[in-house]
Write a protein that binds this ligand. Sequence first.
Ligand SMILES: Cc1cc2nc3c(=O)[nH]c(=O)nc-3n(C[C@H](O)[C@H](O)[C@H](O)COP(=O)(O)OP(=O)(O)OC[C@H]3O[C@@H](n4cnc5c(N)ncnc54)[C@H](O)[C@@H]3O)c2cc1C
Length: 488
Amino acid sequence: MAESQYIFSPREAHEAEQQWRVVKRSVDARQRELRVHLTILTDEQGRPIAKDAPIPLYAPPVFLDVHKAKRSVIIIGAGPAGLFAALALLEHGIKPIIYERGKEVSERKRDIALLNRNEGLNPESNYCFGEGGAGTFSDGKLFSRSKKRGNMQRVMELFHYFGAPDTVLYEAHAHIGSDKLPGIIKRMRECILEHGGEIHFETKIDSFTPYTVHHTPIILAIGHSAHDTYRMLAAESVALETKGFAMGVRAEHPQALINKLMYHSTNVDYVGNASYSLVTQVNGRGVYSFCMCPGGHIVPAGSEAGSCVVNGMSASHRNSPYANSGMVVQINPEDIPGDDPLRGLKYQETLERLAFEHGGPQAQAPAQRMRDFVEGKASKDLPACSYLPGLVASRLDQWLPAHIGPRLQQGFRDFDRKYPGFLTNEAVIVGVESRSSSAVRIPRDPETLQSVSTPLLYPCGEGAGYAGGITSSALDGINAALKIAGLA
Ligand SMILES: Cc1cc2nc3c(=O)[nH]c(=O)nc-3n(C[C@H](O)[C@H](O)[C@H](O)COP(=O)(O)OP(=O)(O)OC[C@H]3O[C@@H](n4cnc5c(N)ncnc54)[C@H](O)[C@@H]3O)c2cc1C
């Protein structure tokens, strides 16, 4: 079997995808005319292989029955890291026992609907906490294909096995969507339970002591929003350290404008709405776009009362009229005085409370038109926005910290130089995007993957500071499971 590369118009690429076995696909917007690069599987004579040829897409996973398994592992957190760790344990005949503070996915949907209607935040069931973790009601971008950490393609295959579309196997910027993710997560849960694993919802672990005495390995996959759990870890003398992170705002433009800027056209037939990835340096710190959601929605992603945090998601068709993205400034440990390992987390909390004071009283978020923000002017009104709980006009130019506000202002000017029209009052910025990455690391031994302070504790995923995003967290979970199984 071989592979051949082709460059097509979007329509030709679409037709080829219906016929042939595609193994890679990416959109090239560098020229005025959009092009789609396809890599197609061929036989030895160079003839394309038909899409439905009887050649397996990948080796399907084999999950073993662990009802009576001798070995078990406790997993704290049912996000991508915890769930993929559980699936990997099943493949090696080890019983996963998952504790998840939030609810199962269909009940979680109801709490999220209440939050979006400004009818209250459930601090245990929201955009961050509950089955599937922060990845469930997300954009579902599956970006990272870095080979450094392990077999990323296997993560894509498992998503596909549980119901993700074929495109996750070959698309350069694969995407699932928040309408499809809950079903995939539910099928993962059913698989874990059918094979003898356990999942305990609405069970928050607030002390390790009862578990550590049993000498059972614990995979700690708590994500980066469980600030109370970090404080519990500190109180129980688990080693923690501050790490660099990023904070800022979420920007939203009309999607048609972004299509024009990125694709030089408002016709996005066969390629879908355009995304962007922007980066610049301002006064020694990176300013960059993060988790861009074409055709998406801005969502209230906080987990504590009295704080305002935003993030973005999109459905599989990415067809809302809005394009949103985090716009964040890099923050290094030395930017926050002191030596408390939780000082980054406290800095996040301070900004989130400030945003709540300028927004509120429920999940309404403070916002300013983008050009007004850059020029230091109040916005007399705000444009229509995808954020369901609603916006409150606010002077973000005045209250964002000096480390962040002026850098974002310069960053938007730089992005406008690259894409003239990006800096516009048709766009709105919404505060605050404070949870783009973990502000804490739970250091682990690179060989054993166990906490440097606490034997048999395997910190993994985004909350441990070793991953950022769905795929890298999932892979980190698999790596922890393989280490416990003695296979890595
Ligand atoms: C709105 C939104 C959109 C996003 N979009 C994308 C995207 O498109 N692509 C992408 O790659 N990433 C995206 N992300 C980030 C991505 O979701 C995270 O990087 C990923 O989910 C991290 O996986 P994790 O398993 O390490 O942690 P999490 O997914 O955060 O899961 C941790 C789980 O642990 C549970 N938990 C915490 N403490 C305890 C405790 N004490 N006891 C029991 N359970 C506990 C939590 O309830 C949670 O379910 C998005 C995040 C959000 C919020």
